[in-house]
Design a protein around this ligand. Structure first.
Ligand SMILES: Nc1ncnc2c1ncn2[C@@H]1O[C@H](COP(=O)(O)OP(=O)(O)OP(=O)(O)O)[C@@H](O)[C@H]1O
Ligand SMILES: Cc1ncsc1CCO
Length: 524
């Protein structure tokens, strides 16, 4: 039997609101669009479990929805369920398979790549990957998998018929993030999500299930970030960038920025010089209102505090809900545990559209020792193969990655764009990376107006345009006669950025595009 795993309900009668009948709640959830049900009764005596399972089976049959039983093979047999869901310490799959009728579904919970491999070997029909988030419904004995941990487990299923659902704390507010983030580098996606308390504890399980269904169905509209970029050339990218510069001037997008207090003023001025409007606001209480009016959001952790951290968590989340681009600048992430933990928490809660950092910062984010940092600065000459590095990171993070340095490398997980513009003076002033982030956010905001995706094909163009505008303006500013060094360079940069002309960008642009398979050493 082919099962639709998309909205997988795991029951738990203890969570049902007071006064609500279990079978009423289940029927409402089925009416709302649940596609498979697992009965989980951890504390119930066998006779009562049997009663519950029988009644649930009749109801599920009415909706033509398969019923699975958690752990208890005897109950599954007694009620003629479609199969069982097993834990790692329950009966082995092979033994359960022998006891159950032919064609029964057997699923198993997995917490790691090793457990997923074992499940495939033993012949599981599906795996439940989790816990994705912390949850009150089950005491956690294993480490959290997290959204970013699901992808490597899904890779194990490539070229098998084994299906996968994610489980653990999944609810309406984080479902989109789970769906977008839970994709392996080889492109394997989830077959469904298991939801427990968001439906069971709901006062209106039908409306709740419909809301979850709607997110699941609308996700199909989400465009893979790296599916459309194989037609990109240096020439058409430059055309797109110039078009976007003009579009931004017409749109004058509002760019919400939570940035550090070293660069706040220069970032706001740079944003104005581009033709966009800055709004520097950090309070969590205003995140939802600002997300509605802004075209994009920049999150820069340069001078992180517990309060700004909350604002960052909320703002990115609100932007994701409205599908507005979020640019993450993990400034100095390798410098402290607080920064590292915060970046981890941010990207567990929301999907960045772009992550921009210098080599030290991006290395720290992925746990690579190839490049080291000194505070907010990168040490040494960078990655040996920056092209492969950014492409892989973009695939892993499911967003556009911008690696800054003398040459900037930008990837959507498919092509890699190298931009060789800029001036050494940019590397000598503080916050040049931070203002690059502001430019990227502004152009991504102008580029993705109205997009339904969390990361869209235009995000790459937005990121390229942001870096290109700033670095070309820097070249012109550095040549201005009155520029004597770092102090006079910054105001000249603001001047030149606001006067930047299409012709100047076209003449100065140094763009190289590496195809989906090319590495740094390849000659095009
Ligand atoms: N030597 C250089 N030559 C040309 N451009 C440069 C040079 N150094 C930096 N840039 C440009 O400056 C911008 C910022 O990059 P950089 O790597 O310096 O950021 P960063 O180290 O994060 O800066 P900060 O921490 O001060 O904000 C990029 O667009 C990059 O192209
Ligand atoms: C110097 C510095 N320290 C925290 S943020 C910042 C600005 C450059 O990233």
């Amino acid at each position: 039997m082919a099962i639709d795993y998309s909205l997988y309900l795991v029951t738990g009668r203890t969570q049902i609101p007071e006064g609500m009948d279990y079978l009423y709640s289940l029927e409402e959830a089925l009416t709302g669009g649940v596609t498979v049900v697992q009965i989980r009764e951890k504390e119930t005596e066998t006779n009562e479990f049997l009663e519950i399972a029988l009644a649930s089976k009749q109801l599920c049959d009415k909706f033509n929805v398969p019923l699975l039983i958690n752990d208890r093979i005897d109950i599954a047999l007694a009620v003629g369920a479609h199969g069982v869901h097993l834990g790692q310490t329950d009966m082995p799959i092979e033994v359960a398979r022998k006891l159950l009728p032919e064609g029964s579904i057997i699923g198993i919970s997995v917490n790691s790549v090793l457990e997923a491999r074992d499940a495939v070997k033993r012949g599981a029909d599906y795996i439940g990957v989790g816990a994705v988030y912390g949850t009150k419904t089950k005491a956690l004995t294993n480490p959290l998998v997290g959204v970013t941990g699901v992808g490597p487990i899904l890779d194990v299923l490539v070229d098998t018929n084994v299906k996968a659902v994610a489980i653990g704390g999944i609810k309406e507010s984080n479902l989109l993030r789970v769906l977008h983030g839970s994709t392996s580098v080889l492109g394997r996606t989830l077959d469904g999500v298991a939801v427990v308390s968001d439906i069971m504890a709901s006062e209106d399980p039908q409306t709740k299930s419909k809301a979850l269904r709607q997110i699941l169905d609308s996700y199909k509209l989400d465009i893979r970030p790296y599916a459309f970029s194989d037609t990109i050339t240096a020439e058409n990218l430059l055309d797109s960038a110039v078009d976007l510069m003009n579009a931004l001037l017409e749109q004058n997008p509002l760019v919400h920025q939570i940035t550090n207090n070293v660069v706040a003023t220069q970032s706001a001025n740079i944003t104005l010089a581009l033709g966009a409007s800055p709004l520097m606001a950090t309070a969590p209480a205003e995140a939802a209102d600002i997300a509605k009016i802004a075209s994009a959001c920049l999150i820069n952790i340069g001078t992180l505090t517990p309060e700004t951290r909350e604002g960052m968590l909320r703002s990115g989340f609100e932007c994701n809900k409205l599908r507005k681009p979020v640019v993450l600048d993990p400034v100095g992430v390798g410098a402290s545990g607080f920064r590292q933990q915060t970046v981890h928490d941010l990207i567990e809660l929301w999907q960045p559209s772009v992550i921009k950092g210098n080599a030290g910062e991006l290395a720290a984010m992925v746990g690579s020792c190839e490049v080291l940092s000194k505070g907010v600065d990168s040490v040494g000459s960078g990655f040996r193969d920056p092209v492969t590095f950014v492409r892989n990171m973009a695939r892993r993070q499911r967003c556009v990655i911008v690696l800054t340095g003398e040459t900037d490398y930008i990837s959507d997980g498919e092509v890699v764009v190298a931009l060789a513009n800029g001036d050494p003076l940019l590397g000598m002033i503080t916050g040049s990376g931070c203002i690059t982030g502001s430019c990227i956010a502004a152009y991504c905001g102008a580029a993705t107006n109205g997009s339904k995706a969390l990361v869209s094909p235009t995000t790459l163009v937005g990121a390229v345009t942001g870096v290109l505008a700033l670095t070309v303006a820097a070249e012109v500013a550095a040549r201005r006669k009155d520029v004597q060094g770092r102090g006079t360079f910054l105001p000249a940069l603001i001047d030149k950025l606001s006067l930047l002309r299409e012709e100047t960008v076209r003449n100065a642009a140094k763009i190289k595009v590496y195809g989906p398979k090319a590495s740094f050493d390849d000659e095009e």
